[in-house]
Design a binder for this molecule. Structure first.
Ligand SMILES: NC(=O)c1ccc[n+]([C@@H]2O[C@H](COP(=O)([O-])OP(=O)(O)OC[C@H]3O[C@@H](n4cnc5c(N)ncnc54)[C@H](O)[C@@H]3O)[C@@H](O)[C@H]2O)c1
Length: 344
């Protein structure tokens, strides 16, 4: 298939490109390049044809001839959404619908929305499936709700949106993010000897490896229409829901000599949910290849090989909020998080 990937130059992009490329698909990326040169170590992300563009400017002409769009581009995570709530809505909500309309007008039949379990918000300790109510507690979660509502209205015989509600990602990527819980705790354990928890560790969170997300995307793009048309899938494994303190314990065990430490300001986190991911396995044949323990081992080995430092872990190349603040401060991004004349 000929597949357009928006936001291919982010954290999850490399695993997706590898997964789809291995399956023989022809790929083109569309990305504004917020993290273009943020690459950790010597491994270069896999190269594909790419167009540097803000998704808010995408037109049907850009997407003509593609069989499917996998939509990754956006402001990806809660703290970044909190930094600019209005722009988060603009890019993740309205921007998603701009891409979808362009795709539909161009005759693209399938649209895979990279959504998030953040749209479930505050649900408590009982595992929830795709029918659960949306109770988002952050601008990021709300933007994913808005996108899904808009996309659902666009579904018809010739346009099949599919909503993949990813668990929180972890795992190695040459475009690493140090702001995701497993990556962050493993990074601190390796660079300081402390598994440094910023919340009290009680909230539940489903976790999924970048490669398992990529597998789910491939299955959704390749599946017969009747299995996925206008359907939502939680992405992960039902067995991979953890309380953050359990994650910290695993990392303490994986990184020899490290000990768990609690930030003085550590308090509860409103985002608390466990998800059931059986639909993805039963309907599309998804099989998780990773667990948090295996992912922490992978990260620890990579960090050791690269010689990761605490400065790198906390720096703007691998922390989304710090990166965007830096681009704003030096005038490369304007208030709408668009690259301006200075960037060019
Ligand atoms: N990483 C996770 O834990 C996770 C979990 C659930 C869902 N998701 C979703 O998956 C997608 C990809 O996540 P990621 O972790 O790779 O994010 P990321 O922040 O690492 O990368 C996002 C990419 O989108 C691009 N982008 C942002 N705004 C853009 C715009 N206006 N126009 C064009 N490009 C733009 C950025 O340049 C970047 O390359 C996102 O939609 C995210 O919400 C991620």
């Amino acid at each position: 298939m000929k597949i357009a990937i928006t936001g291919h130059a982010g954290y999850l992009g490399p695993a997706l490109i590898n997964e789809l490329g291995t399956a023989g698909h022809e790929l083109t990326g569309f990305d504004s390049g917020l993290y273009a040169d943020c690459i950790l170590g010597d491994e270069q992300p896999p190269a594909i044809d790419e167009v540097t563009i803000d998704i808010r400017d995408l037109t049907p002409a850009h997407l003509a001839g593609f069989d499917a769009v996998i939509h990754y581009a956006g402001l990806s995570n809660d703290p970044l959404g909190d930094l600019r709530p209005g722009v988060t809505e603009q890019i993740n909500g309205d921007g998603t619908l701009i891409v979808a309309r362009a795709a539909r007008e161009a005759g693209v039949h399938r649209f895979i929305q990279s959504s998030s379990c953040s749209l479930y918000g505050a649900h408590g300790d009982a595992p929830i499936d795709e029918s659960a109510e949306w109770l988002p507690v952050t601008p990021y979660g709300k933007s994913k709700v808005e996108a899904e509502i808009g996309l659902r209205e666009m579904a018809d015989d010739s346009f099949t949106p599919v909503y993949l509600r990813n668990a929180t990602a972890y795992g190695w990527s040459p475009r690493l993010r140090g702001d995701l819980v497993v990556n962050n705790l493993t990074g601190y354990a390796m660079t300081t000897g402390e598994v440094f928890m910023k919340s009290d560790g009680t909230p539940w969170r489903p976790l999924v490896h970048t490669e398992d997300i990529a597998q789910a995307m491939r299955l959704a793009v390749e599946a017969p229409q009747e299995l996925v048309h206008n359907e939502a899938f939680n992405v992960g494994a039902s067995s991979e829901n953890y309380q953050i303190r359990e994650v910290a314990k695993i990392i303490e065990e994986v990184v020899e000599g490290s000990v768990i430490a609690l930030s003085e300001s550590a308090g509860p986190d409103l985002r608390n949910y466990r998800v059931n991911c059986d639909k993805l396995a039963e309907r599309l044949g998804f099989e998780a290849r990773w667990t948090v323990r295996a992912g922490a081992e992978q990260l620890a080995a990579k960090f050791r090989e690269i010689g990761l430092t605490k400065e790198q872990l906390e720096g703007s190349s691998y922390q989304r909020v710090a990166r965007i603040k830096e681009l704003l401060a030096d005038g490369r991004l304007d208030e709408d998080l668009r690259f301006g004349a200075k960037a060019a």
